[in-house]
Design a protein around this ligand. Structure first.
Ligand SMILES: [Zn+2]
Length: 350
């Protein structure tokens, strides 16, 4: 390679996240696996794109749409290192506890989650486990990946160059804390020269506001993999659910991304509103790229321009994805696998 580049592939796994990152040192990361239900799809994607192994599986948190496929992938492809926030915060919780935290909950429903975590830990135990805490830097070659949230904690000191007062904190409400897995999400900032990428998993309302208010501890980024698939739940659903909304304006405007990537799936958010994605639509100069066209769950409020959407719901043998190639000067290129639509982003001014 003439110049060191970082390559991201945002795979269409429906509702969930699965993002490959290829470092200049030719190490392969998988940032979340997507659900167990799309494990075969992810494996097909790896075959189609000749991805032979995973050096680092970075699991943002222990929910099915982020790590459920790990044990299935590990049956077929080597996964050498498991990077995560440690242990599940919800493992073994009672039906009563869960009843307050999951809509449509019925007794015994959490057995599935317990099994999935057991399956994950079983394969993790066969490889190297790298638990990470806030402030840690992942031991990955050629890519600086910093942990900014995780296990219910957030960064308290600004990243280099950040820490300015955030004008988008005014009027932001305090909500109920999330003690389930979303609120434990391990958020990471990846840096390659001047290029900045952020992914906060499914980090929830209050935790995000601690990162961005009153001072913006992160600063601006180039690419933002949208937190929690842009989930907003209305106050009428109750205090707990309202608190597991994500993407407050302090975060979205504070990051001022040039591209925002939505991995939501065609079904949208059951019972959610499009408030969070509306915030993203309002960021000046930011393009919204999507793995899926959102057909349900307030579609009118979600979708951006079609050339930027990888899967419009048509049948295709090739698993759709979005590609981002980043260079150390901060410039990057986005490409949609469906139509070959590509856009160049010059280095950020300043
Ligand atoms: Zn999720």
């Amino acid at each position: 390679m003439a110049e060191a580049e970082i390559r991201f592939l945002f795979v269409d796994v429906g509702f969930g996240n699965a993002t490959f990152v290829f470092t200049p040192a030719e190490e392969i990361l998988l940032l979340d696996t997507g659900s167990v239900h799309t494990a075969d799809r992810l494996l097909a994607f790896m075959e189609q794109n000749a991805i032979p192994r995973i050096d680092y599986l970075v699991a943002s948190h222990f929910e099915d749409d982020h790590m459920g496929a790990a044990f299935k992938i590990a049956e077929r492809v080597p996964i050498l290192n498991y990077v995560d926030h440690g242990e599940s915060a919800v493992y073994g919780k009672s039906d009563e506890w869960w009843g307050e935290r999951r809509f449509g909950f019925h007794a015994g429903a959490e057995k599935r989650d317990t099994e999935r975590y057991d399956n994950y830990v079983a394969v993790r135990n066969k490889a190297r486990h790298i638990p990470m805490k806030v402030g840690d830097r992942a031991p990955i070659q050629g890519l600086e990946m910093l942990v900014v949230s995780g296990g219910g904690k957030e960064l308290t000191r600004p990243l280099e160059g950040a820490g300015q007062p955030n004008p988008h904190c005014a009027g932001i409400d305090q909500r109920t804390e999330d003690d389930a897995e979303d609120g434990q999400s391990m958020g990471v900032v990846a840096r390659h020269g001047k290029f900045r990428f952020i992914y906060l998993g499914d980090l929830t309302w209050n935790a995000a506001n601690r990162l961005f208010c009153p001072r913006n501890l992160i600063g601006a980024v180039d690419a933002y993999l949208i937190t929690h698939h842009a989930q907003s739940l209305p106050g009428e659903m109750g205090a707990y659910y309202h608190g597991i909304s994500s993407c407050p304006p302090s975060e979205v405007f504070g990051l001022a991304p040039r591209v925002a990537i939505l991995s939501l799936g065609p079904g949208g958010h059951r019972r959610g509103t499009s408030e969070a994605i509306q915030t993203v639509h309002k960021v000046p100069g930011c393009d919204l790229w999507q793995t899926n066209y959102v057909r349900e769950g307030g579609e009118a409020g979600y979708n951006g321009a079609q050339p930027y959407i990888a899967n419009l719901g048509e049948k295709s043998e090739k698993i759709p994805f979005l590609e981002l190639i980043a260079r150390a000067d901060g410039s990057f290129t986005m490409t949609n696998s469906r139509n070959g639509f590509t856009k160049q982003y010059p280095p950020r001014a300043n």
